[in-house]
Design a protein around this ligand. Structure first.
Ligand code: STR
Length: 417
């Protein structure tokens, strides 16, 4: 560009804007830059501007502020047609009507049955199933070792386990799990061309709609069937709403727990003293799970909420119609919440349970207890069976997938010991 005015104007507009790297080449550096930018940072998501909140205290306030809504129609850039379905992150926001996209009393109507089905007490009933899946996958891990002894803990263990669990809960047949894993991998990857992403989302919609119709005709004892049946005297969910909830549950239940399990294993293997104290029973596995949730959040950025009026946060103003991302990774590393050593993994940290990785307020993760049960079973079983478990490559060689919103690795090669 050789027009100095335009150049200056562009530089001014971009000043202080942090570009989120779609290739996720330096997640820790990016997280630090976001925190350094302040409570609210301005970010660029593949050419689309948004705010992000990087601090625990302010995020906690914003997450209960009814002036921030999840309805995409409240987004100025969507209303004006600047953002369209051609934007690669649109599927994270425009995901159909479900508990993930609706607020207020309608949100309660969409969410109640799901959250009731996933309370710690109700989950006790499926603990034996999760233990059985875990044992089967540990056998599979043993069998999958190559000649050099190397096996991918992600592909053989961490990925199939949550899919089996959420598949059982929602009534998705095992024969479909590999297809779903493949589709979600492509959905989340920034290397997938947008036309392919839109096509696979359409295929998934057909798949889930067929499933809901089948469960409507022949209800079973899964959560999908429960979502279809009307409450006594209540308003039943529409087919679109059941489909929306089903796809949100499968996507969320599958993707995030992979990260939780792998990140915990990785953190322990790179902090052998802490692994020893857990294996010696000096501290519980719950401490590992909570500290991993805080330090290496499965969700990096949660897209998105929209301001329905101007909103002051500190000395900044979020204007009506602007979008706000919740940057859970930065929030987990907030020194004001977790102390000056917030960047360190430390399972003895007094604030390890005071993270906000599952969100806060009406949309707080309804699967939180389920993921804690899954990781709480998977981790001790894995290290119990393979106490000599170790990485097959140097830790620095583990690469993140090119996924902007989730914190996930490509493969996790290990030696079983
Ligand atoms: C993926 C695509 C889809 O069909 C439906 C949803 C709704 C729920 C979303 C999910 C999405 C992406 C991952 C999310 C999940 C809710 C929790 C999970 C954002 C957009 C997290 O990472 C926290």
């Amino acid at each position: 560009m050789n027009c100095p005015h335009a150049e200056a104007a562009l530089a001014d507009r971009n000043a202080g804007v942090i570009t989120i790297d779609p290739m996720v080449q330096d997640l820790d550096g990016e997280t630090a830059r976001l925190r350094d930018a302040g409570v609210l940072a301005r970010i660029d998501l593949l050419g689309v501007p948004a705010w992000t909140v990087t601090r625990h205290a302010e995020a906690r306030q914003l997450l209960v502020d009814p002036r921030l809504v999840k309805d995409i129609d409240a987004w100025g850039l969507w209303q004006s047609g600047v953002v369209t379905r051609a934007w690669p992150l649109i599927g994270m926001i425009d995901a159909g009507r479900s508990m993930f996209t609706v607020d207020g009393s309608e949100h309660r109507r969409l969410r109640t049955k799901t959250s009731q089905a996933l309370t710690p007490r109700r989950l006790e009933a499926i603990r034996p199933d999760i233990e059985k899946f875990t044992e089967e996958l540990l056998d599979a891990l043993d069998a999958a070792q190559g000649e050099d002894g190397v096996v991918d803990l992600k592909a053989v263990f961490a990925q199939p386990l949550p899919m089996k669990v959420v598949g059982m809960l929602m009534g998705v047949d095992e024969s479909q799990h590999a297809m779903l894993t493949r589709q979600y991998k492509a959905f989340f990857s920034m290397l997938t061309p947008q036309d392919e992403r839109l096509a696979l989302l359409a295929e998934l919609d057909v798949f889930y709609t067929d499933l809901v119709r089948e469960k409507t005709a022949r209800p079973t004892d899964d959560l999908t069937s429960a979502l279809i049946l009307a409450e006594e005297g209540g308003d039943p969910l529409t087919e679109e709403e059941v489909v929306g909830n089903l796809k949100a549950m499968v996507a969320a239940g599958h993707e995030t727990t992979i990260g939780l399990v792998l990140n915990a294993v990785r953190a322990l293997l790179s902090h052998p003293d802490q692994l020893r104290s857990v294996l010696a029973g000096e501290i519980g596995w719950d401490a590992v799970v909570e500290e991993t949730l805080r330090w290496d959040t499965p969700t990096t950025h949660l897209l998105m909420r929209f301001a329905t009026e101007d909103l002051a946060v500190g000395d900044q103003v979020i204007r009506k119609g602007e979008g706000v991302v919740i940057s859970y990774r930065a929030i987990g590393r907030d020194a004001e919440q977790h102390g000056p050593d917030a960047d360190a993994f430390d399972i003895t940290r007094p604030t390890r349970n005071r993270h906000m990785t599952f969100g806060h307020g009406p949309h707080i993760c309804p699967g939180a207890a389920l993921s804690r049960v899954e990781a709480g079973i998977a981790l001790p079983a894995l290290f119990g069976r393979f106490p000599g478990l170790r990485l097959a490559v140097p830790d620095e060689e583990i690469t993140k997938l090119p996924v902007m919103t989730q914190n996930d690795m490509a493969t996790f090669p290990v030696l079983l010991g």
